[in-house]
Design a protein around this ligand. Structure first.
Ligand SMILES: Cc1cc2nc3c(=O)[nH]c(=O)nc-3n(C[C@H](O)[C@H](O)[C@H](O)COP(=O)(O)O)c2cc1C
Length: 316
């Protein structure tokens, strides 16, 4: 079942493996109350085979709503089971990954962006996920794969998935992926961005919702895309690398709401409290480096608690 009244978030922070973890999302939420936050992609198998330790992968602080769980996978049984197990964690939406070109993912039984070559399978997977949850199920994809990169092929994918499944919202990373020869990082910069494909989808599928993603690096660009008709804008690297400059303006400039009212110093002080509590709670769990990495610290020797380290950071 999918919720009847769904409108895509105006602004979201992209799912990013190893980056949009619980620590980063905690920091992001201190800066913006309205941005939608995505988890890192979680493989269905990871959820299914970690039954005893699900909290480690799926638990999050309630402050992090609205939050989307991104799932990847190609085994229908596991996708259904993973969705069922995730229900207890009350995510606001489930997003199905059809955009990841990593060989770690794409080589494992047609997973990630390779799925764009099989829209009927994607529709089947989405239908199964949707049958096991009450929250909306959405898709994140590229504009093409390898030589399958024409606008017509993209339309065929969107048409088949949306007509054969309940998915009505697509996040479009507006560049294609190459399955061979490029590293995942190169696949996020070398294939050119083709926003014209995104705006073509807006025009040609007026009953669907589309979020634009890829290369958007300022609040002015976010507002520009919304003014041009995008239903939502997703920002990845810029929101991670410059959290204050991007997320610090989302509530006021995108949502027309008041800001959190926290100064940068107050954000850091609150994050310090969070960091110290995590370190105390888990002992040998996350390291100090894990917790401060989202602030841009590459090497750090800390002797006086987290906060004294924060003051060295470009974030301030
Ligand atoms: C470190 C890193 C990890 C990523 N992991 C994921 C992921 O788990 N799932 C996904 O759909 N996209 C992933 N992406 C792609 C981003 O979600 C996004 O589509 C891409 O970075 C383009 O947006 P940007 O130009 O705003 O960064 C990742 C990107 C980065 C930089």
């Amino acid at each position: 079942m999918v919720a009847d009244h769904y409108s895509p978030p105006l602004f979201s922070v992209a799912p990013m493996m190893d980056w949009t973890d619980h620590h980063y999302r905690t920091l992001a939420r201190l800066i913006s109350k309205h941005a939608w936050l995505y988890t890192e992609m979680l493989a269905a198998e990871t959820i299914v085979y970690q039954k005893g330790n699900l909290d480690r992968f799926l638990a999050y602080s309630p402050d992090q709503h609205p939050i989307v769980l991104q799932i990847g996978g190609s085994n229908l049984d596991n996708l259904a089971k993973a969705t069922e197990l995730a229900n207890a964690y009350c995510y606001d939406e489930i997003n199905f990954n059809c955009g990841c070109p990593s060989p770690r993912v794409a080589g494992r039984g047609c997973f990630g962006v390779r799925l764009m070559l099989d829209p009927k399978f994607v529709a089947e997977a989405i239908s199964l996920i949707a049958a096991n949850t009450n929250v909306p199920v959405t898709v994140k994809c590229r504009i093409g794969v390898d030589d399958h990169d024409s606008y017509n092929e993209l339309c065929d994918f969107i048409y088949k998935v949306s007509s054969l499944s309940p998915a009505k919202h697509f996040v479009i990373h507006s560049r294609k992926a190459l399955l061979k020869g490029l590293s995942p990082a190169e696949n996020r910069s070398i294939p050119p961005l083709k926003y014209e494909y995104f705006y073509g989808l807006l025009r040609d599928f007026p009953d669907l919702s589309f979020t634009i993603n890829g290369g958007i690096a300022s609040i002015d660009e976010v507002n520009g895309a919304l003014k041009a008709g995008a239903h939502g804008v997703m920002v990845g690297r810029a929101a991670y690398n410059n959290p204050w400059h991007i997320l610090g303006h989302v509530d006021t400039a995108i949502y027309g709401a008041s800001s959190s009212g926290l100064t940068r110093r107050q954000v850091l002080e609150k994050y310090q409290v969070y960091g110290d509590s995590v370190l105390q709670r888990y002992g040998l769990g996350p390291s100090l480096r894990d917790i401060v990495k989202d602030l841009g610290v590459k090497t750090l020797t800390c002797t006086g608690g987290l906060l004294s380290s924060f003051f060295l950071l470009p974030f301030i």
